[in-house]
Design a protein around this ligand. Structure first.
Ligand SMILES: Nc1ncnc2c1ncn2[C@@H]1O[C@H](COP(=O)(O)OP(=O)(O)OP(=O)(O)O)[C@@H](O)[C@H]1O
Ligand SMILES: [Mg+2]
Length: 329
């Protein structure tokens, strides 16, 4: 099975090392930033906490980073957890009852919370209490547990999988973080190069930006891989070296990898250009449906190489052109 782009994208340490720690270092997403700042500043003025926030968007576009910045701007403690980690009612109760008052509770992959946990969470979000059922059968009783006030920040790559009732609890707003423009990606690479102590000429920054799938994490990861290649060969960072390294990595001029090419080729050859159901496509590729839908497709859709129709995926003329060699390596 091939490796999805996300896992080759970045070891945690790189994410952590290059993660902006100041508001002004966070490039792009201007409207989201402005709205979130208003919520933060208003809360600070009132001397309270902002309402709960939800950030959604593709992997690596800055959801975790922005959540950390919100906590920092509030001067609030941050508690990190994830939807996968909260399996039982007791897990949730342990987290919530131990929060320091005024904490930002960050729940990553919030779409993974079970319905049971979601329902338990509602009163906690609305009025900072938990209704816990103690015991079983006729002797079961409910106790109400008061909680310290907190702000929840949820993050997800799959907003569609969130239930309506949970979505409606994010009174501070539901914000989409989108792909980045070329200029923004270049600014991110420039900053990262400086942090890594690299002398990267503009043409190198441009080359890497063009292959970064409009995604900060991919940009940082590719910068680091090209740096490694240059170091191993004891050569300076040049455009030619970038091209050479990317050819070796199997990353083409648009940032597409062999997995993307396999996807497009399967759609063209296996399904005559579609429409093809995502499950059938995934089975042909020996991939799981989630990876195909949430890792490969968003960028192919953004490039306009594929389209989603009610009957399935369709290869767009530009996708066909790409396979025909309009965008060589
Ligand atoms: N707006 C930004 N400006 C500068 N760097 C950014 C920005 N957004 C993200 N990055 C960089 O990209 C890395 C990945 O971002 P982050 O971990 O916040 O993404 P994410 O959306 O939470 O991804 P995932 O869905 O995989 O959890 C960060 O460590 C940071 O270095
Ligand atoms: Mg994250």
């Amino acid at each position: 099975m091939s490796t999805p782009p996300k896992s080759d994208a970045a070891p945690q340490t790189l994410d952590a090392a290059l993660r902006p720690s100041r508001w002004d270092e966070y490039v792009g997403q201007t409207q989201v930033k402005e709205n979130v700042r208003i919520a933060i500043d208003a809360a600070k003025k009132r001397g309270g906490m902002p309402e709960h926030l939800l950030f959604y968007g593709p992997p690596g576009v800055g959801k975790t980073t922005l959540s950390h910045l919100v906590a920092a701007a509030l001067g609030a403690p941050l508690k990190n957890t994830s939807g996968v980690a909260i399996e039982r009612a007791a897990d949730l109760a342990a987290i919530l009852t131990n929060l320091e008052p005024g904490t930002v509770l960050f729940i990553d992959e919030i779409h993974r919370l079970s319905r049971k946990i979601e329902e338990l969470l509602y009163p906690a979000l609305e009025s900072f209490h938990l209704d816990l059922v103690l015991g079983k059968g006729p002797s079961a009783r409910t106790v109400e547990l008061a909680l310290p006030p907190f702000t929840l920040i949820g993050a997800t790559t799959r907003v569609a999988e969130l239930s309506g009732p949970l979505r409606s609890r994010f009174g501070g707003g539901v914000y989409q973080l989108d792909f980045y423009s070329d200029d923004e990606v270049r600014a991110i690479i420039r900053r990262s190069a400086a942090l890594l102590g690299l002398r990267a000429p503009d043409e190198v920054i441009e080359r890497i930006a063009a292959r970064s799938r409009a995604t900060p994490r991919t940009a940082n990861s590719l910068l680091k891989r090209v740096r490694d290649y240059a170091e191993v060969h004891d050569r300076p960072l040049t455009a030619a070296l970038c091209d050479e390294a990317c050819t070796l990595f199997g990353i083409d001029a648009l940032g597409l990898t062999k997995d993307d090419r396999r996807y497009l080729a399967a759609l063209e050859k296996g399904f005559r250009g579609g429409p093809a159901g995502v499950r059938a496509l995934a089975a042909t590729l020996h991939e799981d449906t989630d990876t195909v839908e949430h890792v490969y497709e968003p960028y192919l859709l953004r490039l306009g190489f594929i389209e989603r129709s009610p009957r399935g995926r369709i290869l767009a003329p530009s996708g066909r052109g790409y396979l025909g060699g309009e965008h060589p390596l």
